[in-house]
Design a protein around this ligand. Structure first.
Ligand SMILES: [Zn+2]
Length: 296
């Protein structure tokens, strides 16, 4: 190979790895205390929930691999201990990217069976390729519909919802503490991503939110997959958005409209503030259209 080309490739690789590192270098892990035992941790990626026991910590989601050390340090600071049990709300890398590190540190990982299935194989979504995860990163306890743990005497309900954000989503509910982690079935104050390539659907998300609404009350503290802490009334606002989105897109389809004639501004009218870097109005409208016009 021409040595200039080789040099150019090397420089590109170095700059990629540097920028990859920089992205997480400045991230600080911030904690929000919900109860004496439960905190939400915010860094980069999905929100993390932790339940601090006497000598061990139950963790829900673990963000990206480069943040594991910072998360472990924060957990140590808050609890004096480490994560022994880890639940993944779904397979996406911004929620399960730390699995390998936490698995190596001794955490037992729990998730819906489709999470293990997807993480075991290479997954191609558009131009994004996710390689298979090493064994140590895979959930070792899987379930089909639901399971219950007992952690430090408190029941922990892990409940699967079908074809919502993906085909492997779970909620984690602590009925005695009245706290729920909803994973990416709830994006708070921002448009949701629905991963149609991983079995997600708009109708499934609506059903998932309805299922969660039956579990919670006005005092429940709700940890969304992304965005700030929420209450039941925030969840119901999100439900109104989702059903409004569905009804507007269905009206468009029923009037013979196609994706080209979709007016994104009209479809998300009243919710413009929820546009963010990853999902803007156009992307939200087109995901909803694709989901509702799919024959699956
Ligand atoms: Zn996700």
């Amino acid at each position: 190979m021409n040595k200039f080309i080789l040099l150019a490739i090397t420089l590109i690789c170095i700059s990629f790895s540097l920028s990859g590192q920089n992205r997480f270098d400045d991230v600080q892990i911030k904690e929000y205390k919900l109860t004496d035992q439960i905190y939400m941790l915010e860094g980069a990626g999905g929100n993390v929930g932790i339940y601090i026991g006497e000598a061990e910590v139950l963790m829900i989601d673990d963000q990206y691999a480069p943040l594991s050390e910072k998360l472990m340090a924060k957990i140590k600071e808050l609890s004096g201990g480490m994560t022994t049990k880890l639940i993944n709300t779904h397979w996406h890398g911004d929620h399960s990217g730390g699995n390998e590190n936490f698995g190596k540190a001794g955490a037992m990982i729990f998730a819906h069976e489709n999470v293990r299935e997807r993480m075991s194989k290479e997954v191609v979504r558009g131009d994004q390729v996710s390689p298979p995860s090493p064994d140590i990163a895979l959930p070792v306890v899987t379930y089909k519909d639901a399971m219950q743990l007992h952690f430090m005497g408190e029941p922990v309900l892990i409940s699967h919802v079908h074809n919502a954000h993906t085909d492997g989503d779970s909620f984690v509910f602590f009925p005695e503490s009245n706290v729920i982690h909803m994973g990416d079935c709830f994006f708070h104050k921002r448009f949701p991503y629905i991963d149609l390539n991983s079995g997600g659907s708009l109708n499934g998300i609506i059903e998932a939110v309805e299922a969660a609404a039956m579990l919670v009350n006005d005092d429940t503290q709700i940890i969304p997959g992304h965005g700030p802490m929420a209450s039941k009334s925030d969840l119901m606002k999100y439900h109104t958005f989702l059903t409004t989105l569905r009804d507007r897109v269905i009206a468009h389809i029923n009037s013979g409209g196609d994706e080209k004639t979709l007016n994104a501004a009209q479809i998300v009218e009243g919710y413009e503030d929820w546009s963010w870097g990853f999902i803007d109005a156009e992307k939200m409208a087109s995901i909803a259209f694709a989901s509702l016009s799919s024959k699956d």
